[in-house]
Design a protein around this ligand. Structure first.
Ligand SMILES: Nc1ncnc2c1ncn2[C@@H]1O[C@H](COP(=O)(O)OP(=O)(O)OP(=O)(O)O)[C@@H](O)[C@H]1O
Ligand SMILES: [Mg+2]
Length: 505
């Protein structure tokens, strides 16, 4: 029985994970910690409810029914009179149960908040310490904790109250019944033997009812958790929301944005507005623009992390919404702005790029990304575990790892969302060399923060507040685009040209 409960819980988690892996990307920017909490806390709660349900509920009602039948047989009039109490008890139980469920729902949301608060603080520990905000952080988590405590106490109060309440009603009714029966016995309508038997049965009947009452609250708690889990399971997944199932062949001619606009949920301004752009296969396009101008959003649309509300994106004339997500994404190697390193070995991290890659291929990709040199210096080379459970990598090393992963994937279209953070000049030079070899003859989208990347591109697109302000070659843009000129002098070129600090007189 315990086993079946555990199996049910594992099953819940497995299904939930399978769903979460397919939820639309936008969902994660707001519900990350809450999802974690649903995995850990909610499924536990359902598990406990399930155990109690199986252990108690199945047995107790049976007991109650047996006793009830016996009592009916002995004295049906009295038994039916007492049975009137059942709907009253049920009504009270339902009312209380509703409160329990609500309180638990709040409590579970609280767990999500706490996980969110903790992960943010723990991963930002350097900032917390450097700004000496330990006290503030302590209070912040304590506030969440206090709110959760409130809900816990409320639930405890109701649970503590339920059983006595039911008992009081029960005892009162039983008393009435006993007095009535005693009177009838005295008058001679009933025998003393039946009287005694009925007294015992009446008392015995309340035991299972009291137990069911306690269990009922636990079931309500489990139900609150189960609802939250089902809410996830019922979310529309990416696969369902996408219409197309056709296979998309590798791009042959061009990738085209036609009047594309996208507004994030609950945002007022579009992040990408009326963008039209043609990228011939084999060419390099550099996208530049101030922070928040929509560069990352634009390429997210190309990979269909979310779909544009207006306009279309075409690959060789086929709307990307008409093809399956898998066949679309197969053609891209993506390096995200903030290189992701999973908590596994270096080899597995690079191998993530292509399923079934051999060790030789992984090493070769690492060599091409100039990552091999630092990997070999790690304590266990390619088998060193990195991430949360292992060695920490520097920003530049993470980026080279991400590059090796993308190289290994070897997809026809390469997307590089360049990190804004400074990488040492040496690493930057190496990444640049590695890329320029790799990019020959390949279609690439380079979100650029460095002038060298921009210079090499066939086409430079300047974005501003979601719109394409101008596009062309470096020379064109310098001569006619004010924004590009200012980006060029303050931002793009600022990385390679050392400017002396202004001296005060
Ligand atoms: N998940 C999100 N939910 C809501 N709004 C978002 C989300 N991601 C980005 N935005 C908003 O969309 C706009 C464009 O963001 P985007 O990340 O595309 O900019 P960017 O050009 O890549 O900037 P950066 O140079 O800093 O990387 C910004 O105003 C940003 O606040
Ligand atoms: Mg960005």
């Amino acid at each position: 029985m315990f086993l079946s409960a555990i199996r049910a819980m594992l099953d819940f988690r497995r299904q939930m994970y399978a769903t979460v892996l397919q939820l639309p990307i936008v969902w994660f920017s707001r519900n990350l910690s809450d999802t974690v909490s649903r995995f850990v806390q909610d499924s536990q709660e359902v598990f406990r409810g399930y155990v109690i349900l199986l252990a108690k509920i199945a047995r107790e009602p049976l007991k109650a029914v047996a006793i009830f039948a016996l009592a009916l047989w002995l004295d049906y009039r009295l038994t039916l009179a007492v049975a009137v109490a059942a709907p009253i008890a049920a009504f009270i139980l339902r009312r209380l149960g509703k409160h329990v469920r609500k309180a638990n729902q709040r409590l579970l949301v609280g767990y999500g908040r706490m996980i969110g608060g903790l992960t943010a603080t723990l991963s930002g520990m350097r900032v917390v310490r450097a700004y000496t905000r330990e006290g503030y952080e302590r209070k912040r988590i304590w506030r969440v904790e206090r709110e959760m405590l409130k809900q816990s106490l409320k639930m405890g109060r109701i649970e503590a109250m339920t059983s006595p309440l039911i008992e009081v009603i029960g005892v009162a009714l039983a008393m009435l019944g006993i007095v009535w029966l005693a009177q009838r016995t005295l008058v001679g309508e009933s025998s003393p033997a039946v009287f005694l038997q009925m007294v015992v049965l009446l008392v015995a009947m309340f035991d299972p009812i009291r137990k069911v009452a306690t269990v009922y609250n636990r079931i309500q708690r489990a139900d609150a958790a189960a609802q939250r889990i089902f809410a996830v399971l019922d979310m529309p997944v990416e696969r369902v929301s996408s219409l197309g199932q056709r296979e998309l062949p590798p791009p042959q001619r061009r990738i085209e944005f036609v009047n594309v606009s996208y507004t994030y949920p609950e945002a007022n301004e579009p992040a990408v507005a009326e963008v039209s752009l043609v990228v011939p296969v084999g060419s390099q396009v550099a996208v530049v623009g101030p922070n928040g101008s929509g560069k990352t959003t634009l390429i997210s649309l190309l990979l269909r992390f979310f779909d544009s509300q207006e306009g279309r994106i075409l690959i060789d004339g086929t709307d990307i919404r008409e093809v399956s997500l898998k066949s679309l994404r197969r053609h891209f190697s993506l390096i995200t702005q903030d290189p992701v390193v999973f908590a596994m070995s270096i080899a597995d991290n690079i191998g993530y790029g292509r399923e079934g890659a051999t060790r030789e291929e992984i090493v070769e990709a690492a060599e091409r990304a100039y990552a091999d040199e630092f990997i070999r210096r790690l304590p266990e080379g390619y088998d060193t575990v990195v991430g949360e459970f292992g060695v920490t990598l520097s920003g530049g090393q993470r980026q080279r790892l991400a590059l090796a992963r993308a190289f290994l994937r070897d997809a026809p279209v390469f997307i590089f969302d360049e990190a804004t953070s400074q990488i040492d000049v040496d690493s930057e030079q190496k990444i640049r060399e590695a890329m320029s070899e790799f990019l020959i003859g390949r279609t690439s989208f380079l979100i650029a923060h460095r002038i060298a990347t921009v210079r090499a591109a066939d086409q430079i697109v300047v974005m501003n507040q979601g719109r394409i302000e101008d596009a062309g070659s470096h020379a064109d843009l310098v001569s006619r685009c004010d924004l590009y000129r200012s980006l060029y002098t303050t931002h793009l070129a600022g990385r390679t040209v050392e400017r002396p600090m202004p001296l005060r007189p």
